[in-house]
Design a protein around this ligand. Structure first.
Ligand code: HEC
Length: 177
């Protein structure tokens, strides 16, 4: 009986130490606030799957209303280049200009394909991901534009030669040209 209760006491004491220790770590300012700090693998291992699970739970099971036609992909490409390439990369910047500038780091889509279901990508583009640099585009882009980008994300690794050349040219063009 005594053993069981001291075991329980041990568990409670450990939890209290962890909670108080975590609170002090944060409130005493011991956490590195820099966005370009080296990524902590434990934090990444805990928060990455948590984000995936949360998106898959919250995303509505929407079906992409657009066909992956040349016109849809060209529009999606243009929008991607304008709004996303700075963080997620393009053929001229396989490592995006801001690839190392955010915490967590933005995935680089030319090497890590955005291969989640389209309904989940649509959710992320519309609502963003909190506590990260991923913005919500719901007010900046209308639903049709968001689906165009999502269609482009699905096919960006598999474009026909004409669209590939077009993307290379767009990626090399100076901003706002
Ligand atoms: C200011 C930088 C920034 C911009 C601009 C940006 N993103 Fe992101 N994005 C991020 C970051 C950072 C993450 C990673 C969040 C995380 O790890 O949970 C992310 C994650 C994502 C994801 C989830 C990928 C995955 O595999 O988990 C998708 C999809 C995405 N972004 C699409 C877009 C699209 C499309 C655009 C343009 C409309 C865009 N992003 C613009 C920073 C950005």
């Amino acid at each position: 009986m005594l053993r069981a209760s001291s075991f329980l006491l041990g568990i409670v004491a450990t939890i209290v130490v962890l909670v108080v220790g975590g609170f002090l770590y944060l409130r005493l300012g011991l956490m590195n606030p820099r966005a370009d700090a080296p990524v902590n693998p434990i934090e990444e291992a805990v928060l990455g799957p948590a984000m995936d699970a949360a998106v898959s739970r919250h995303a509505l099971p929407l079906v992409n209303p657009l066909p992956p036609s040349g016109a849809t992909l060209a529009s999606g490409m243009q929008l991607y280049q304008q709004h996303c390439a700075l963080c997620h990369g393009d053929p001229a910047h396989q490592n995006a200009i801001l690839a190392q500038s955010l915490y967590p780091r933005p995935p680089q889509f030319l090497s890590q394909a955005p291969d989640m279901p389209e309904a989940e990508n649509f959710f992320i583009v519309a609502y963003g991901i909190r506590n990260t640099g991923m913005p919500a585009w719901g007010t900046a882009l209308n639903s049709q534009q968001r689906w165009q980008i999502v269609t482009f994300l699905t096919h960006m690794g598999n474009l026909d030669p004409a669209l590939t050349t077009r993307w290379q040219n767009l990626a090399q063009a100076p901003p706002n040209s």
